[in-house]
Design a protein around this ligand. Structure first.
Ligand SMILES: [Zn+2]
Length: 283
């Protein structure tokens, strides 16, 4: 058992909520991980409580009623910050009034036009992506457009309710991907680029070279956090996942790593490189 697993087993407390689509873990008094374990994506949404306002990092697949669960955890008003514009990270944006996103043509497009039902059906609502039962009241359909209150730039600081989250542009899996660094609590919210499992750089807009550069850039902040909170799979990883990922991406780029070919559930071909604790998928 490594440190990260140790931490999870000893510290994380499951919080009962009146909704069996979501799984809620309390990481600290101010921090909850809300995950969707019955979806193939196994997304993780973070609720960070400030003094008079809370920040919600991502809004998941939009299949369960996220707002209803958030309201069981806090009465504070919510600011949503999306880590990037993939559909499994902003599915419930329309349930919240204040949304911050990284300023990029992809995020501008998705907020302006949303996404049609057939795209949602293919990307997220297919039967084979979900372990039933589907949440009560879920009907599928389009992703509606949503209003963005603030367009974020690299190195901006999101200051809400006494929280301070530094915006770090970190492409590699998506061109508009950001990590959020909470220097007060020494936590890096790493989105899709640092997680226990595969990093999907084979997607449209993904690139292993950029991923490597993002890891190198994050290493400059290595002294400023202790824990990593990924947006998929297990929440809460020890920070030493970052140097592991940096070395892994370097081995992929230099051609040193062993690879095997595969196809994801959406029919996209990839080359898979497996390392200890992390895998990288490339085109
Ligand atoms: Zn994702």
């Amino acid at each position: 058992m490594n440190d990260a697993q140790d931490f999870q087993h000893s510290r994380l407390q499951r919080i009962p909520v009146d909704d069996d689509w979501f799984d809620v873990l309390k990481i600290f008094d101010h921090l909850f991980a809300i995950s969707e374990p019955r979806h193939y994506e196994h997304t993780v949404i973070y609720l960070v409580l400030g003094s008079d306002r809370a920040v919600l990092i991502d809004t998941g697949c939009g299949i369960g009623n996220l707002r209803r669960v958030v309201e069981q955890l806090t009465t504070l008003p919510i600011t949503v910050v999306n880590t990037h514009s993939h559909l499994d990270h902003l599915g419930s944006n329309q349930q919240f009034a204040e949304i911050f996103m990284f300023d990029h043509p992809r995020s501008r497009d998705i907020s302006r036009y949303g996404a049609p039902p057939e795209v949602l059906l293919w990307e997220l609502h297919r039967q084979e992506l979900v372990i039933p039962p589907w949440p009560h009241g879920f009907q599928g359909g389009a992703l509606p457009p949503f209003n963005v209150s603030r367009w974020l730039k690299h190195d901006d600081v999101v200051e809400r309710g006494g929280l301070r989250l530094r915006v770090l542009h970190t492409p590699g899996e998506a061109p508009d991907h950001i990590c959020l660094l909470d220097q007060t609590h020494r936590i890096l919210f790493s989105g899709d680029i640092l997680l226990n499992g595969p990093v999907w750089s084979h997607l449209d807009g993904g690139d292993v070279g950029q991923l490597y550069q993002s890891y190198e850039f994050l290493m400059r902040h290595y002294d400023e956090f202790d824990l990593i909170m990924p947006s998929h799979n297990a929440p809460c990883q020890h920070k030493d996942l970052l140097p592991v990922a940096l070395a892994a991406s370097k081995d992929v780029l230099s051609g040193k790593a062993q690879t095997q070919a595969g196809i994801d559930p959406w029919g996209r071909h990839y080359k898979r490189y497996d390392f200890n604790r992390i895998s990288i998928l490339s085109k």
